[in-house]
Design a protein around this ligand. Structure first.
Ligand SMILES: [Zn+2]
Length: 295
């Protein structure tokens, strides 16, 4: 079953719901980065919410990047997504496997840490950027994004996100749901939301039971109207040309050293682990290009 995202609204237009299933894309991330369970759960949660943030973008040219660092052992978590539903990401340490002793659940909050920040950068193209940043609440990701939406985007929101990792480390299920209170909502809408969320089973369990993104919406708000549906997928748009452009920004001295000492260089994409080799000829072309530009 393909990963899907749906947008929905309650009949009175007071509550917006975005829900997605992300099992396939989180599994792709796990394989690409050789993620161990707690790292997989942490990155999977971030990827799932980032996918929803991508769907909120206004145009195809825009991109959203999420950066989280809570001072924990996992290091920095990065993810980005676009309007087409393409998502990618990575973590500092892919080999975290820690559980909470009492509940036996994956200790995401512990490996992420809660002494740090969650930053959202929306790149609108043409150098226009929006950046919002909040302090982390718990490092469990869901709470942290809820706080971000409420404080930084002034939209009171509840975020439910989860990843279920199987005994063989593969991803059994993953998904997310964001419930947002619209500006003209009434007290009773807020109470209805709180009630619905309080009784909600973990999203990863609901997805494991076979519920689709649309089902997730209707479990919480049976009469919600589905406004749209789109596919989500793991995708990295890196290419040799992009890295060539990045190399062009390096100092001549560094490029000359790569050419004369190392006779080439290998560049690795942090998002997907693809490697690109630049041989002596490639580096010479870059140096000639810089010289032609007077750099
Ligand atoms: Zn890549």
């Amino acid at each position: 079953m393909k990963d899907k995202l749906v947008r929905a609204i309650t009949p009175n237009q007071h509550v917006r719901i975005l829900a997605c299933t992300t099992t396939q894309l989180v599994e792709k991330a796990r394989v690409q980065h050789d993620l161990w369970p707690t790292s997989a759960a942490a990155l999977g949660r971030v990827l799932s919410v980032t996918a929803i943030l991508g769907s909120m973008l206004k145009s195809e040219k825009e991109k959203v990047t999420v950066q989280i660092n809570g001072g924990g052992a996992i290091g920095t978590i990065m993810a980005d997504a676009n309007h087409k539903g393409e998502v990618r990401g990575f973590v500092g340490d892919p080999h975290q496997y820690l559980k909470y002793n009492d509940s036996n659940k994956l200790a995401v909050g512990l490996v992420v840490g809660n002494q740090g920040y969650l930053k959202v950068i929306k790149d609108m193209g043409l150098k226009d950027q929006f950046a919002g940043q909040v302090e982390l609440v718990s490092g469990e990701i869901g709470d942290d994004f809820a706080y971000y939406f409420t404080v930084s985007e002034q939209t009171p929101s509840a975020v439910s996100v989860g990843v279920l990792v199987d005994t063989d480390y593969s991803i059994k299920s993953a998904g997310a749901m964001i419930i947002q209170i619209m500006p003209d909502a009434l007290e009773e809408d807020i109470i209805a939301c709180e009630e619905a969320i309080k009784n909600l089973k973990p999203i990863s369990e609901l997805v494991a039971e076979g519920n689709t993104a649309e089902d997730l919406v209707h479990i919480v708000f049976p009469d919600a109207e589905i406004l749209g549906e789109s596919e989500l997928a793991w995708h990295c748009d890196c290419s040799k040309d992009r890295f060539k452009a990045a190399l062009t920004t390096l100092d001549r001295k560094d490029l000359e050293e790569m050419l004369e000492v190392d006779h080439g260089c290998e560049v690795k994409c942090q998002y997907c682990n693809s490697t690109y080799n630049f041989d002596e000829h490639d580096l010479q072309v870059i140096l000639e290009f810089k010289a032609a530009c007077g750099r």
